[in-house]
Design a protein around this ligand. Structure first.
Ligand code: MN
Length: 138
C-alpha cells in the first residue's frame, strides 16, 4: 500500500489537539477520517462507518482504549478490523499488554508530523499482508 492508497481511518482520541493533528495529517495524505472522542462513540462508528483501520488512543475517559479494543474483538462485525494503538506509554512491558488486548500494532505519541501518515499506512500494509483476508473493499 502506497502513501496514495485511499483508506477510511477511524480515529478514537479524546485529546482535541491530537485528534485534529492526526486528522489533518491523514487527510493531507489523501485518507478519509472519521473521528470519535470516546470509546463508546468509537465502537458505534467502527460498526457503522466501515473503517479500514482504527487508531485507538489508549487513555480515554470512561472505557479506555484497551477495553474498547477487546470489545471490538468480541464483536463479529469488527473482530478482524485492524487496530493500531496510539500510546504515550509504548515501553517494552506495555507492548505485550497492547497486543494481548487485540491491537495489531502501536504508534507512540507524541505524533511526529513528518512521519505519522506514512507510518500508519505502513503499519496497515503490514497488518493486511499478514492477514490478507482482512482487506475490505467498498
Ligand atoms: Mn487520551
Amino acid at each position: 500500500m502506497s502513501i496514495g492508497a485511499k483508506m477510511r481511518v477511524l480515529i478514537v482520541e479524546d485529546n482535541p489537539l491530537n485528534l485534529e493533528l492526526a486528522t489533518d495529517l491523514l487527510e493531507a495524505a489523501g485518507q478519509t477520517v472519521c473521528q470519535a472522542r470516546t470509546a463508546e462513540e468509537g465502537l458505534r462508528l467502527a460498526q457503522s462507518a466501515m473503517p479500514d483501520v482504527v487508531l485507538m488512543d489508549l487513555g480515554l475517559p470512561g472505557m479506555d482504549g484497551l477495553a474498547a479494543t477487546k470489545a471490538l474483538r468480541a464483536n463479529p462485525v469488527t473482530k478482524r478490523l485492524p487496530i493500531i494503538a496510539l500510546t504515550a506509554h509504548a515501553m517494552k512491558g506495555d507492548k505485550q499488554i497492547i497486543l494481548e488486548a487485540g491491537c495489531d500494532g502501536y504508534l507512540a505519541k507524541p505524533i511526529d508530523t513528518r512521519t505519522f501518515a506514512a507510518r500508519i499506512l505502513s503499519l496497515v500494509e503490514g497488518i493486511k499482508s499478514r492477514q490478507p483476508h482482512l482487506t475490505q473493499c467498498p
